[in-house]
Design a protein around this ligand. Structure first.
Ligand code: SAM
Ligand code: SF4
Ligand code: SF4
Length: 339
């Protein structure tokens, strides 16, 4: 029996995103600016972070509460979490889960890709913002080479993982890299998804001028590499898909700023410290860890999940379109909830 629960705007709950750590080995300037996330920055202490078993347990509760079928592991950098493959194995044991994906910066995939696949991971989305080595070393704030990520992509493919690439586009940072990235990935058969730079959190100094719109990205590529739009795979797909006219490969554009998709948003996020977050732009989450640790019954925990979802009325991106002051409110950082 499939259980469908809806929020105040009639949206079903379908996907769960698990942030397994708030730490990262990169300091991407649009996500964890190195001046703020420096050596004095207080990351979550270990006892506040959910154990892998607790995360798997909560995932089971989501299956019971809402018949979720898809889980994405993210962070921070999920591969910085010790033994994250064990979490994948635990989730793989949950029969109802059909799809397990991970979003990663790719740098540790040469070490872990094989083990992740063997433990049941289906897909990885690897973030890469340009192919220009000097620029990439600057963007990631840790002098990490493009080649490190390319090796990660290679390792993921070799292990049999399905791979997609995410490129956040920020004006003045990597808008000149849109075409080189499109050319490169067109030939590899790997889908590249361009993401409009978002005002997540409060530390990245976001301005509307920094956003390169979906329309602009599309016209830059289309002029040199003609594209045609493709039907969405499923209801609520966040990327608009396009296919190259002379090749079967596709790109996607995620237009979270200029063309919102709140009306079909069916995701909930669990932060590393056990807070349920109903929108990427929420200013706080709903605790579930303390309830779990104090011995609440499954029924109580499931009711909590259902009540949180039933009360949800988030539509930040839609509201921001008409009121850009909205972005000044206090919001959870991206590295805490994982995009
Ligand atoms: N560390 C992993 C990674 O980078 O793939 C997973 C976590 S990261 C927060 C998830 C995704 O969010 C990445 O693809 C990253 O590029 C994207 N992201 C981070 N900050 C963003 C922003 N301000 N706007 C749009 N996307 C952003
Ligand atoms: Fe780390 Fe990912 Fe944020 Fe970059 S985008 S700082 S890799 S969490
Ligand atoms: Fe979903 Fe919030 Fe993004 Fe709208 S703004 S699509 S509700 S995460």
């Amino acid at each position: 029996m499939s259980i469908k629960i809806t929020d105040k705007l009639g949206r079903p709950l379908r996907d769960l995103r698990l942030s397994v750590t708030d730490r990262c080995n990169f300091r991407c300037r649009y996500c964890m600016p190195p001046e703020i996330f420096d050596k004095n920055f207080q990351f979550l202490p270990k006892n506040e972070v959910l154990t892998l078993e607790e995360m798997a347990y909560i995932t089971k509760l989501f299956v019971k509460a809402a018949s979720i079928k898809k889980v994405r592991i993210t962070g921070g950098e999920p591969l910085m979490r010790q033994n994250v493959s064990h979490l994948i194995a635990l989730i793989r044991e949950i029969e109802a889960i059909e799809d397990i994906a991970m979003t990663t910066n790719g740098s540790l995939l040469p070490k872990y890709a094989k083990e992740l696949k063997e433990n049941g991971l289906d897909r990885v989305t690897i973030s890469l913002d340009c192919l220009d080595d000097e620029k990439f070393r600057y963007i990631n704030g840790r002098d990490i080479s493009v080649n490190t990520v390319l090796e990660g992509i290679k390792a993921a493919k070799k292990a049999g993982l399905h791979v997609k690439i995410n490129m956040v586009v920020k004006r003045g940072m990597n808008d000149k890299d849109i075409l080189p990235m499109a050319h490169y990935f067109k030939e590899t058969g790997i889908v590249l998804r361009f993401i409009e730079y978002m005002d997540v959190g409060n530390s990245n100094g976001w301005k509307l001028d920094h956003v390169v719109s979906k329309k602009e990205i599309l016209s830059i590529i289309n002029e040199e590499l003609p594209l045609e739009e493709v039907e969405p795979h499923y209801d609520g797909e966040v990327a608009t898909r396009y296919k190259y006219k002379d090749n079967e490969n596709e790109i996607g554009i995620i237009s979270s700023v200029t063309d919102t998709f709140c009306s079909t948003c069916s995701r909930i996020r669990l932060s590393a410290e056990g807070k349920l977050v109903t929108c990427l732009f929420s200013n706080s989450g709903h605790d579930i860890r303390d309830m779990l640790r104090s011995g609440a019954s499954d029924n109580d925990l499931i009711n909590r999940i259902v009540n949180i979802w039933n009360a949800r009325d988030d539509k930040y991106s839609e509201e921001r379109l008409y009121n850009t002051d909205k972005q000044k409110i206090k919001k959870i950082e991206m590295s805490h909830i994982g995009g």
